[in-house]
Design a binder for this molecule. Structure first.
Ligand code: ATP
Ligand code: MG
Length: 388
């Protein structure tokens, strides 16, 4: 059984569209793992039938839009059938001395109420395991029985899903993906929110660390495992000429602001070309010099499309925990240091100075040329190949 959350709140037409996208994504996920199955959608629930229910439930629980899944035993949608099956489940998990609770639901089935169903199932369990006791508030073991028009369901476990909205329901965005910890989490959060994703990375060439590109590709590959069966593209752009230009400027302390503005310029050009409506970045308020409020105010206008910053209010520990859970955290990133970053970057670059410096190096021209250097990688189910 697959439970979805917010989709419930949508109008009937939107709900129908979202559920059909969700079931297609679940189908792709199961197909990617070679799991044969049959999907049925009912009011408020998606049921998947197959020979490997645990693997199916686990794979489906990684799908964006899914709140949780449960491996269910299907039985008759009446009190006797549900009680007998619930007793079988309880015998496997409920030990003497443990407390338990029965949660009952009924929908589209007449003849008894959910209270009556819960009471009957509870006493059937107690008949078989008299040493157990009922605790409805904080039970050691919880067993759920549902009488629905398509059958009776019994389950005692929930596998948590990522929540969010089905991938592909919210239009396309382009995330600036680096070799770091933050931007993969930012991309994941927007994919979870239903945005079709395309990644862009700015390659520093001889100014960047030797392991940067390998790590970016790894982040890209791992993120693709969250949308199994969907191709996920990464555009890699050459930043070297820009770095050459800014390292020639007198004042090193404005380099980070110039760099971030340049990235937004190039990404905006590519977003237009790729029909992405917004950019996504992993900025986090106050984390580094280019992420002070003052510098962000100077950096942001370089973009010609909106920039989404889902991590702006996160603490570092929250980002790291999330990166670990997603599978993008790299404990030993290797050589990823940027050699252009100055020792004392400005935390409040004056906008007029930045504009002058950009004219001096012809940032607009450099951005146009950088946007024309795209190499494209395509990831699917964690495997990356260069496609041009
Ligand atoms: P991250 O961990 O994502 O690299 P960070 O904490 O290192 O972030 P910055 O390096 O200042 O912070 O980068 C801020 C954001 O700019 C990143 O989250 C990412 O979205 C984008 N960004 C940084 N470097 C690159 C790059 N080489 N290519 C593409 N985007 C980048
Ligand atoms: Mg970084």
């Amino acid at each position: 059984m697959v439970r979805y959350g917010e989709i419930f709140l949508k109008s009937e037409t939107v709900k129908r569209r979202y559920i059909s996208i969700l079931t297609e994504n679940i189908r792709l996920a199961l197909e990617s793992e070679g799991l044969t199955h049959r999907i049925e959608t009912y009011r408020g629930r998606i049921m998947i039938y197959g020979d490997e229910p645990r693997r199916i439930a686990t794979a489906a629980a990684r799908t964006f839009g899914v709140v949780s899944t449960s491996v269910c035993t299907v039985t008759a949608a009446d009190i006797e059938g549900l009680a007998a099956t619930a007793v079988e489940h309880a015998e496997r998990c409920l030990r003497p001395g443990m407390s338990f609770a029965v949660r009952a639901r009924r929908s589209g089935v007449e003849g008894f109420g959910s209270q009556e169903l819960a009471a009957a199932v509870g006493s059937a369990v107690l008949d078989r395991i008299p040493e157990a006791r009922v605790d409805l508030t904080a039970p050691d073991y919880e067993i759920s029985v549902e009488a629905r028009e398509f059958g009776g369901l019994v389950y005692d476990e929930k596998i948590a899903g990522p929540g969010g909205l089905p991938y592909g329901t919210q239009g396309e965005v382009m995330a600036l993906l680096s070799e770091g910890i933050d931007s993969p989490v930012a991309s994941w959060l927007m994919m979870r929110r239903g945005c079709l994703m395309v990644h862009v990375n700015m390659h520093g060439g001889r100014f960047g660390g030797a392991d940067a590109e390998k790590n970016v590709l790894q982040n890209h590959a791992r993120l693709s495992t969250w949308v199994p069966g969907h191709p996920l593209d990464l555009l890699v752009v050459k930043m070297e000429p820009f770095f050459e230009a800014i390292t020639g400027l007198k004042e090193p302390r404005y380099r980070c602001v110039l760099c971030k503005r340049f990235m937004l310029r190039v990404a905006s050009l590519l977003a237009n070309e790729w029909e992405a409506t917004a950019l996504v970045s992993g900025d986090n308020l106050g984390q580094v010099a280019s992420q002070t409020l003052a510098n962000m105010a100077v950096i942001a206008p370089a973009a010609t499309v909106p920039v989404l910053r889902p991590l702006i209010g996160f603490d570092k520990t929250e980002v790291v925990d999330r990166a670990r859970a997603i599978g993008t955290f790299q404990a030993r990133p290797g050589d990823v240091g940027c050699t252009v970053a100055p020792r004392y970057p400005s935390t409040a670059a004056p906008a007029e100075t930045i504009v002058k410096l950009e004219e001096e190096i012809d940032a607009a021209g450099l951005a146009e040329r950088a946007a024309a250097t795209v190499r494209r990688y395509r990831a699917k189910n964690g495997v990356v190949e260069e496609v041009g």
